[in-house]
Design a protein around this ligand. Sequence first.
Ligand code: F6R
Length: 612
Amino acid sequence: MCGIIGYIGKPPVIETILDGLARLEYRGYDSSGLAVLNGQGLYVCKRVGKLQGLREALKGHAFDGHIAVGHNRWATHGSPSEINAHPHTDCSGSLAIVHNGIVENYAELKARLQAQGHQFRSETDTEVIAHLVEEQAKRAPLAEAFRSALKELRGSYAVVLLSTSEPQHLYGARSSSPLIVGLGKGEAFFASDVPAILARTRRVIYLNDHEMVELSSAGAKITTLDGRAVTRRSSLVSWDLASAQKEGFAHFMLKEIHEQPAAAEQTLFNRLAQDAGQLAFDRRTSGFLSRLGAHERLVIIACGTAYHAGLVGEYMLEEFAKIPVVVDLASEFRYRGPMLDRDTTVLAITQSGETADTLAGIRLAKTQGAKVLAICNVMGSSIAREADAVLYTHAGPEIAVASTKAYTSQLTALYLLTLHLAKVRATLEPARWQELAQGLQRLPTLLQRALATERPIKAIARRYAAARDFYYLGRRYNFPSALEGALKLKEICPRIHAEGYAAGEMKHGPISLIRKGWPVVFIATDSPIYEKVISNVEEIRARKGECLVIASEGNKAVARHAEALITVPKTEELFSPAVVAVPLQLLAYHIARLNKCDIDQPPNLAKSVTVE
Ligand code: F6R
């Protein structure tokens, strides 16, 4: 949600900023802008729409410099327009601010600054930061002016400041919004996320909330907002540039769908022994899991796709590890007054580790004495750092707005956790445990085989591409799959209405909508209630709905219940949500492609939702 890049080093900085912004476009794409010190002063350029507009506006400009900031916007305060795009400048036009987050007390600050004579141009909350710094800088050096301004802000921010008064420095700070420092050879960066700087450096410093950085091409000086010096070692990120590029695929989403076998394999790697007899986690996670008491209960919190992974987790953890589980949308959990105690573990599931609601949820949990475990994909992210322990998914960077490989990796981590808890709680016969562990070991292969559904799915997508309403139905472990399948389609195909339901719920209302030809995607893989699912299929067909059924390979009888059929590799029911996720993602992708949708950057959305 909004992408920030700051650079100090050597020319050509405009290309460096545009390159960084291109890699951050998944965070916001309603407008973009940059500010550069070009020797004569501060040059600011902004454009509405995709980054290409800014790129074109800058074509042919002969100037360049050694220091600049850039921003991709996902609008919160003020509609997408050139005036509201970042960077925002002060009255004198000599300092520029880029910001991700929300300044909650901006109205009050703006009124005060206006009374002091400051002229505002935009409708944004961000502009107050520029004027606050300008005001403070009348009395103090820039660093102190920036620090004082930050202390006045309520809400969340990752912010970078560039000023003509200090052409050798950029200043940055964060509070509940992500900001990292990248250190290269004779150059340094601020960025919202690692992919923005991977082409230049893998050496990063993760900042904590309420820390401020004075950045020069020689390095970073970190202090707290109270002015205390902070010593922080840099880390080397393991992601490489290739993992953040499309590598011949038409879209990041398609590439990431195809990366799922490898992502699951990486997530299992070194944790599930070759002979599937043992599980191993890193020291911090093992220690954490060994402290879980006999009366432990789990509260899973997450948003969107990660929430759907949590719902699958509830089924498996209760069935196999016999541990009571509640699953909450993080955005509800934080405001519903949940009852937590020392026997509660809050399990936060998140790809980015920066989702504002999930982060607020774990903070609330900690204040109530609960323990916090995270399933997270991004090392060094806020949630990874604030949780007591982390079970990392090793999916690599996920760039497409629609989450795919992160989802199946989250499921993989949940399988590991379930098996681990089943073992320590002795809730499964050893032979059954072994069977499940072997099943989990086969998961990457099953995901690979599920990718073979792409060919038949392309044909099915052509058949349904013109439909404007879809239902997705499933039961038990695949009720969350139905929610996830529908979310994928509506997310990347904004003209299509798609809803996921528990198939058994249809008769309680939604079935009234079924009309002739209405496509209904049924997940009817092998399960103890397979026959009941088929009865639900027939209820839809009796009302002339068209059923696209996803069933297990080898099920010969199912074809007569389906207008269209996709088969996926046979597996234990608990692993089926991961396997069926693949055709569901591919179906959404190919329908979106036929509808000429902007698949990697759907309107109104952005990845990594760092605002409430
Ligand atoms: C859907 C999607 C979102 C995210 C949600 C949580 O495809 O990407 O629904 O799953 O915003 O994000 P993380 O996992 O980063 O907390």
